[in-house]
Design a protein. Structure first.
Length: 206
């Protein structure tokens, strides 16, 4: 049988537990952010052609729970209390597909791999080089993207989008909003290229 804990020691333990509980209650709540699809937009008639969006590829330093920004020329800053609600590549891929669906006026835009058994007329691949806030306070996006024939895998379009917008205000909410705006512009670039291909007669058999 263990000897009873002395009263003085019990008081110390109770005090430590109370302090830990108070500290956990008083800590700032974690803030979660997510990129969202565009609202509205001028939907176009894309016909029955389908688009498959490959999962985007991005540098490993951006594929992390914390929102990353540059604090210096060679220094990154990441606040553990300001995080993405889901993995950033997955969030970007889903929003990109939804934006293309809105811009093209089509319900046949899927994230790959898709549950549809048929091949897509076009496949979109995006590889990010940059997608963060710079030391100067700009929100930058640099991404290479291609559109290829879904059957022959022939590359039909190969482009790069570069964007830099000033982030108004401080905190992570304006940063995420600026990133969301840049993603919308990228979506418009890709949608315009898809529409041009559709009008020129390029399709799955072209």
């Amino acid at each position: 049988m263990r000897p009873p804990v002395p009263i003085a020691r019990r008081r110390v333990l109770w005090g430590l537990l109370a302090a830990a509980s108070l500290s956990s209650c008083s800590s700032a709540p974690q803030r979660l952010y997510v990129l969202t699809p565009m609202t509205g937009g001028s939907a176009k008639n894309f016909g029955k052609r389908s688009v498959g969006v490959q999962p985007v590829v991005m540098p490993e330093y951006l594929d992390r729970p914390e929102i990353v920004s540059y604090a210096g020329p060679h220094e990154l800053a990441a606040n553990r209390d300001d995080r993405w609600a889901e993995r950033l590549p997955a969030n970007i891929t889903r929003v990109l597909a939804e934006n293309l669906s809105i811009l093209l006026g089509s319900d046949r835009v899927d994230v790959l791999p898709s549950r549809r058994n048929d091949r897509h007329d076009y496949e979109v691949t995006v590889e990010f080089d940059r997608f963060e806030q710079t030391v100067s306070g700009d929100s930058v996006l640099e991404a290479h993207w291609t559109i290829q024939n879904g059957t022959t895998e022939k590359v039909l379009v190969r482009e790069k989008t570069r964007l830099a917008n000033r982030v108004p205000g401080s905190g992570y909410a304006p940063v995420v909003a600026a990133m969301n705006d840049n993603l919308t512009v990228l979506s418009r670039d890709i949608a315009a290229a898809l529409e041009k291909l559709s009008k020129s007669g390029h399709n799955r058999t072209g």
